[in-house]
Design a binder for this molecule. Structure first.
Ligand code: ZN
Length: 436
């Protein structure tokens, strides 16, 4: 019998939720069916709703009904909250598979194509997790925890849940504007805008990159080292994402990847063992076929293959656009956060393979959801939090990642940690200390 795309994805989601090294074996003990006569074949059954049926999938009928119900304290999207026993089988009437699919695949963005912000992005505040009040929880990972708990109760898993800890921390930095004043164009802009005197601007242009106010990378990477020393290099990595193209005004300022200044920054990346990734342009967010060429330009300048990506402005627009990253040879993407609200855009804190909701294809691309971006916290149009509220919210997200033994990705820009400008520098230090 041919295995359909839907079946492949359902099997993947079951393995993903069960998790761990023996997820292949364990997920086979979990049935996903509404056929009562086959329940006894499994240790645990998740009752299948009609979400994946042809007449429902992709239509308005597939929308979850608000307010959502909870199962064991976790909100879910389809089915009913009962858990019962049928002989040796535990039967869960909440359709956790379709609920996970809805969140992991960005299905909502597919069926609401008219909801986009001025940058073509789906706004976090429009999302179901935000509207239903669980954007701060990796609920798919919580489904996994519930499934393991039930398998334990049915004598299938013998080990206890590990105590709360964060598996991996990705400290990431987008290189949007690495320097304030290193070109004649910068000099002119600085002087005309009254930011610097002509002499000051020229001195800045010819000084060491380290004397430029925007060049805060040494400080950032030094902070990151504090955490790496405590957690180990394999649990905590630094990433710098570089722009290499784009012709829109949002892609400015452009910088020369082959010039002396970026060379200095590349050298710093090598010394500090930071991973270099592609910051694909705003332009390529509109036209994703440009990603492959941008990747090649960066690889030629950096001298090594580039496998990691984050979109500038987080403008990966349509879910299907992710396919272009896979085609370009990107293996890991870190774009999946909402600019306007920090939390779990994919419902998970764990790296998950991108599922294309339009074709129901399971791709090889790993998505690492972006948990916290600096500007989301203090942006006037975004969360607009004070430092205390921002810290409190970050710690809540961190605790929620710990509880499911997930992965945490932070995005802090070099321009947001300039001394004496706002609270983001102080907050970054505090979070590094908190995580160590
Ligand atoms: Zn950017």
């Amino acid at each position: 019998m041919m295995t359909s795309n839907t079946d492949i994805i359902i099997q993947y989601i079951l393995r993903f939720m069960v998790g761990g090294r023996v997820s292949d074996y364990l997920s086979r003990l979990v049935g996903y069916t509404a056929d009562i006569s086959s329940f006894s074949k499994y240790k645990l059954v998740i009752v299948r709703s009609d979400f994946f049926e042809k007449e429902i999938y992709g239509t308005a009928k597939s929308n979850p009904i608000m307010p959502l119900k909870n199962i064991a304290g976790v909100p879910f999207l389809f089915g009913t909250p009962e858990i019962e026993r049928a002989g040796d089988t535990i039967v869960v009437h909440a359709d956790l598979v379709a609920s996970a699919y809805f969140l992991l695949s960005r299905y909502e963005e597919l069926i609401r194509p008219d909801i986009r912000d001025e940058h073509g992005r789906f706004p976090g505040r429009e999302s179901l997790p935000y509207r239903a009040g669980f954007i701060d929880r990796p609920v798919v990972d919580e489904y996994g925890k519930l499934i393991r708990k039930l398998l334990r109760e049915n004598g299938v898993i013998y080990t206890a849940e590990p105590s709360p800890f964060i598996q991996k921390i990705n400290l990431t930095h987008d290189v949007d504007a690495p320097f304030r004043c290193r070109t004649w164009r910068n000099v002119a802009r600085q002087v005309l805008s009254g930011n610097q005197t002509l002499i000051g601007a020229i001195r800045n242009k010819y000084g060491q990159p380290e004397s430029d106010a925007y060049y805060t990378f040494p400080w950032i990477l030094q902070q990151n080292k504090i955490l790496q020393h405590k957690l180990g290099e394999n649990r905590c990595r630094s990433f710098l994402f570089f722009k290499s193209g784009g012709k829109t005004k949002q892609d400015k300022p452009r910088y020369d990847l082959n010039g002396m200044d970026i060379n200095t920054l590349f050298r710093l990346c090598r010394e500090q063992e930071a991973t270099v990734g592609l910051h694909s342009s705003y332009h390529s967010g509109m036209n994703p076929s440009l990603i492959a060429a941008e990747k090649t330009i960066l690889e030629n300048a950096w001298g090594e293959e580039v496998k990691h990506n984050r979109h500038h402005f987080l403008t990966s627009r349509e879910p299907e656009d992710m396919e272009y990253l896979e085609k370009a040879g990107i293996t890991d993407d870190y774009t999946m956060g909402y600019a306007d609200v920090a939390g779990f855009r994919l419902g998970t804190s764990l790296p998950v393979r991108f599922i294309n909701p339009a074709t129901q294809r399971l791709t090889t691309l790993s998505l690492h959801s972006l948990t916290i971006m600096d500007g989301t916290l203090n942006g006037l149009k975004y969360m607009n939090l004070t430092i205390d509220k921002a810290e409190e919210y970050c710690i809540k997200l961190i605790d929620n990642v710990k509880n499911v033994n997930g992965e945490l990705t932070l995005l802090w820009h070099n321009t947001s940690v300039i001394e004496n400008e706002g609270y983001l520098r102080e907050l970054y230090s505090k979070l590094i200390k908190h995580l160590g």
